[in-house]
Write a protein that binds this ligand. Sequence first.
Ligand code: OGA
Ligand code: NI
Length: 209
Amino acid sequence: MAQNQINLINLERMFDDLAQNNWAASSTVFTREFCQNLAHECQKLHSEGAFQKASIGRGVTKTVHTEIRGDFTLWIEEDAATPLQKAFLSNLQLLLQKLNQDFYLGLKRYETHFALYPPGAGYDKHIDNHRGSGARKITFILYLNESWQKGDGGELSLYQPDQENVLITQIEPLLGTLVLFRSDLFPHQVEKSFQPRLSITGWFRDDAS
Ligand code: OGA
Ligand code: NI
């Protein structure tokens, strides 16, 4: 598989939107075949029981709150990555470089996990930047649902910074849709999903590991 699965021209278009709005969504950055392969791997790993109930907070305050956040996750770590995951990580590294080139963000690393929301699960309104730590600069989400239909729920609702009741947009979690937004700005929520909802979520950070 070719290492670069990113359409750089479409990425630049997406970055124009990101520069203007601090968020952007595009379904033409990653190749469809790459996303399909990631979707199949996500399904397989989930069926093998590799995912864990997601938690909220860090350290001693880390807790599982199913009513707030209902997804299951599997962190993708370089050391344990499959060839496909390695390819994905190298594409993230390319994204990181491009973000630094265009936005001077001083990004140093990323963290990323597969996520699966079982039917009935969602994620209440929140901001991704952990309180007291501003290291998460840009949130990315790549959706992996090939046969998503109207009525399946699971939209990502993005709200206005500083006006958390003003809805900006709702994004359907369709295979290949990539979302980027400033991690410190946007309240957002995952609407209740009625089908298993697959994605890869992560954050570009400006701290060293
Ligand atoms: C998150 C999150 C949104 C989504 O994991 O912090 O908000 O659409 N995910 O999966
Ligand atoms: Ni979030």
